[in-house]
Design a protein around this ligand. Structure first.
Ligand code: AMP
Length: 592
């Protein structure tokens, strides 16, 4: 860590809390293996009497060797029946001795539905602890952030109850609704422009409207702008593009647009809104220009960086973020999931392609399966302290809430060490083909969506002979593009436009709940598009791959394309394109 970074003269000295946080990071990362052994022993001793650990005859053992020899490595599907029992109301200590306080709904899916991750009350403290390390690290590299505010676009999503009465909601919704967040003490390094009332409003339009309005009022004080994912920040920019006239009207008159009807937002905005025609003029003059390049720094002139995740699939948004921000640094602070918060970026100002996350050894017990794309073997699983630089691994976790040797599905590459704690580059999520925001669509889901949609073509004696896809992030929101090569046996009976549009919708109906929620509730994904390509296109694609060295015997049609020449080849063969004409079905209730 750059503890030797020069401070600017205007920066205040790091507060005591920051020093303690940095010392904590040092202590944990210097003792990686010892901390890991302790974490495992703590998890196993407190959960010794759970049904799960008894089933595997752990007999109270808390050491790594016994644990590894007796407890199997599992996936969500292995645990699903147990999780269903808890969801249905079984309160006995099945996985964890501490009661499951709620379920966190992961963006990963199982049988088309969100995965339910058990959590216990004290996990909130663990997440809070990781959050509390972020600004002390940032302050080492960019002092002075206590002199202004953060414009973060933060949202809650809908929550449901399981049949047994436990809440099921995304981890961030759980956090924003907790007292840890709502009644957080004042911290000059974490002053948000968005009031809690705006963040907690379940209507995403009203929430965004109020958050944007507050951000505009504080335009000069804003030092950093962020959202969880890069895609969410771009949606905020798109929102400004669509609504700047209304926002300027509100600033000019000191009133709040009638479409924002949430009483809590109205009440709190009445304290903030005041007529300010100078401010309205500046924003109007910037937003009315045709060219929106560098709009972020034009509107928020003091912003120093963007705080968004641009690692993993979010890397696809970097060029657009650079366009709107004039290339501001993009800071990825942490690596986390519903199952567990893993670690932080100790070098936050590095380039996105160089981001590595240091897994904090106190967060859970971590193991690593050496990753081999050609064979699945759980032999040679290694501990956190024993991974090797340059190698790729699949992450396996054991958590306080009772996930034991659980495969997260992330592939990580070791880039180095901070003290004895390894640092990881996020390589990719296993098996994900398409992703716009938190949605993750794998090959089999895409395949069955194509099969369902192509049933509509039977009447027309037409079939889909080949397909591929890509996530088009040039539109905001981004959308799935599916290339179809059709075999039309009876050209006189070619499927009409409406039929092809219904195929788009049928595909969307077949995709998983996270995708459909993104389409319906969050508006974070645009209508799916089918591009029909000329017959023979996929043969050309194969010829191209072979010309670049692929073996004819082993050639497989790529079900997702990202390589520019291949996309160009497909796009130049498109004969027609169709969009989904309406929204697919989605309800917060689980289908099962
Ligand atoms: P969820 O369980 O829905 O919160 O999704 C967690 C997953 O999001 C992780 O397992 C990763 O695949 C991905 N993810 C989380 N943080 C990052 C990050 N900083 N960079 C890349 N991918 C991430």
């Amino acid at each position: 860590m750059a503890t030797n970074v020069q401070r600017t003269s205007s920066a205040s000295p790091a507060p005591e809390k920051h020093k303690e946080a940095i010392q904590f990071i040092e202590k944990m990362t210097r003792n990686t293996d010892k901390v890991q052994a302790n974490v495992l022993a703590e998890i196993l001793s407190r959960n010794a009497d759970t049904e799960y650990l008894r089933l595997y005859n752990l007999n109270g053992a808390t050491d790594r060797e016994t644990f590894k020899s007796k407890i199997p490595i599992v996936t969500y599907d292995d645990l699903q029946p147990i999780i269903q029992r808890i969801a249905d109301g079984d309160r006995s200590p099945i996985l964890s001795a501490h009661p499951i306080s709620e379920f966190l709904t992961s963006s990963g899916t199982s049988a088309g539905e969100r995965k339910l991750m058990p959590t216990i009350h004290e996990d909130l403290d663990r997440r809070q602890l990781l959050y509390s390390l972020l600004m002390p690290v940032m302050n080492l590299y960019m002092p002075g952030l206590d002199k202004g505010k953060a414009l973060y676009f933060l949202f809650v999503k809908s929550e449901t109850q399981t049949p047994g009465g436990l809440l099921a909601r995304p981890v961030l919704t759980s956090y924003y609704k907790s007292d840890h967040f709502k009644t957080r003490p004042f911290d000059p390094y974490n002053v948000y422009t968005s009031p809690n009332e705006a963040i907690l409003c379940p209507d995403s339009f009203q929430s965004m409207y109020a958050q944007m309005l507050c951000g505009l009022y504080d335009r000069k004080e804003v030092l950093r702008i962020g959202a969880i994912f890069a895609s969410s920040l771009l949606r905020a920019i798109r929102f400004l593009q669509l609504n700047w006239k209304e926002l300027c009207h509100d600033i000019r008159t000191g009133t709040l647009n009638e479409t924002v009807s949430d009483p809590d937002i109205r009440q709190c905005m009445s304290q903030i809104l005041r007529p300010n025609s100078d401010l309205a003029n500046v924003i109007e003059s910037e937003c009315s220009k045709k060219n929106w390049e560098r709009i972020i720094v034009r509107i928020w002139p003091n912003v120093k960086y963007l705080e968004v995740i641009v690692t993993g699939t979010m890397a696809q948004y970097i060029p657009t973020l650079d366009y709107y921000s004039g290339g501001l640094p993009k800071v990825c602070t942490m690596y986390a999931s519903s199952e567990c918060y893993f670690g932080i970026n100790l070098n936050p100002l590095c380039k996105p392609s160089e981001v590595s996350y240091t897994i904090m050894p106190n967060m859970a017990y971590f193991e690593f399966i050496p990753h081999n794309p050609h064979s699945v073997s759980t032999d040679n699983v290694v501990d956190l302290a024993n991974v090797e630089i340059g190698k790729e691994y699949e992450l396996v976790i054991t958590t306080h809430a009772g996930l034991y040797r659980y495969c997260v599905g992330d592939i990580l590459r070791v880039t180095g060490f901070h003290n004895s704690a390894p640092q990881f580059h996020f390589v990719r999520r296993k098996d994900v083909l398409l992703s716009i925001e938190s949605d993750k669509t794998d090959e089999s889901e895409l395949q069955s969506a194509i099969e369902n949609a192509s049933k509509l073509l039977k009447k027309f004696n037409t079939s889909v002979v080949e397909y591929s896809s890509y996530a088009d992030t040039e539109t905001i929101p981004g959308h799935y593009v599916i290339f179809w090569e059709l075999l039309v046996k009876d050209p006189m009976n070619y499927p009409r436009e409406e039929v092809m549009e219904q195929c788009c919708l049928a595909m969307e109906e077949s995709l998983n709940a996270v995708y459909r929620q993104g389409r319906v509730e969050c508006n974070s994904i645009g209508p799916l598009e089918i591009r029909v390509v000329k017959s023979g296109t996929f043969e050309e694609l194969m010829d191209y791959a072979i010309s670049r060295g692929a073996s004819i015997n082993q050639y497989k049609v790529p079900r997702c394309v990202s390589f520019t020449p291949v996309m160009e080849l497909l796009n130049t063969r498109v004969v027609a394109s169709y969009f989904s004409p309406s929204l697919p079905f989605w309800s917060p209730e689980r289908r099962r």
